[in-house]
Design a binder for this molecule. Structure first.
Ligand SMILES: C[S@@+](CC[C@H](N)C(=O)[O-])C[C@H]1O[C@@H](n2cnc3c(N)ncnc32)[C@H](O)[C@@H]1O
Length: 214
């Protein structure tokens, strides 16, 4: 059965736009957003654009961004952010499992803290492959499965209980790197690091940022 188009998480949308997003900005996430998008050119699709926090960081060589966001409250905020974006951004409804775009229509695709929340990661990555031109880049910045067995146990515990309920369906323990490769992409750049760097790590502290090629 085809996935429903809308994703409704009004409480998470408010939390993200008023509390979590600003807290991550304060912790220095803007530098990672800038690294994620550096060097992009041409036409780009961003999946799960949220309230549009990446829009200010696109380099001027990007000629168009199609920003796909299924959650209506976040999408409305993204539409506002698009008005002052550094490059032309069109915000549309839609979800990763069925991207509203023709095949091989983009030079690059961006996923940023999104693959953790998409129910079917493989379907999303297969769609990203479909809409990218051959040789196109998938840029990713995601929190992922921990290296240490101890933190993996914590991730399994929170994912099975409260975390997805509070965080709009997000799961902390996903092996997103393997999922990207299983969809056929070749990872050409990968940085694995802790963010934010706090004394006591959270289940969402381990991150990867990189590039994969179709
Ligand atoms: C943690 S927020 C990140 C927002 C934004 N990418 C950013 O970096 O600020 C996760 C985003 O994934 C979106 N999302 C959840 N399920 C999705 C799906 N099936 N397809 C596309 N986006 C989805 C949410 O609506 C939300 O905007």
């Amino acid at each position: 059965m085809a996935p429903r188009q809308a994703v409704r998480h009004p409480v998470f949308a408010r939390l993200w736009s008023k509390a979590i997003g600003p807290a991550l900005e304060k912790a220095g996430i803007a530098e990672h957003r800038r690294r994620l998008l550096a060097g992009l050119t041409g036409e780009v699709v961003e999946i799960g654009a949220g309230n549009g926090l990446n829009f200010a960081h696109y380099p001027p060589e990007v000629t168009r961004v199609l920003a796909v966001e299924p959650e209506p409250d976040l999408r409305a905020l993204a539409e506002q952010a698009a008005l002052t974006a550094s490059v032309p951004v069109e915000v549309v409804a839609g979800r990763a499992e069925r991207i509203p775009a023709a095949e091989e229509s983009f030079d690059a695709a961006v996923v940023c803290l999104t693959l953790c929340s998409i129910p079917n990661q493989h379907a999303a990555l297969t769609e990203l492959w479909r809409v990218l031109r051959p040789g196109g880049e998938l840029r990713f910045f995601e929190h992922v499965q921990a290296e240490s067995p101890r933190m993996r146990r914590v991730q399994r515990a929170v994912d099975a209980t409260f975390w997805p309920l509070l965080a709009g369906g997000c799961r902390t323990g996903r092996d997103t790197r393997s999922a990207i490769e299983a969809a056929g992409f070749t990872i050409t750049e990968l940085d694995a690091f802790a963010f934010p760097e706090t004394r006591v790590p959270s289940p969402s502290t381990p991150h990867i940022l990189g590039t994969a090629v179709r």
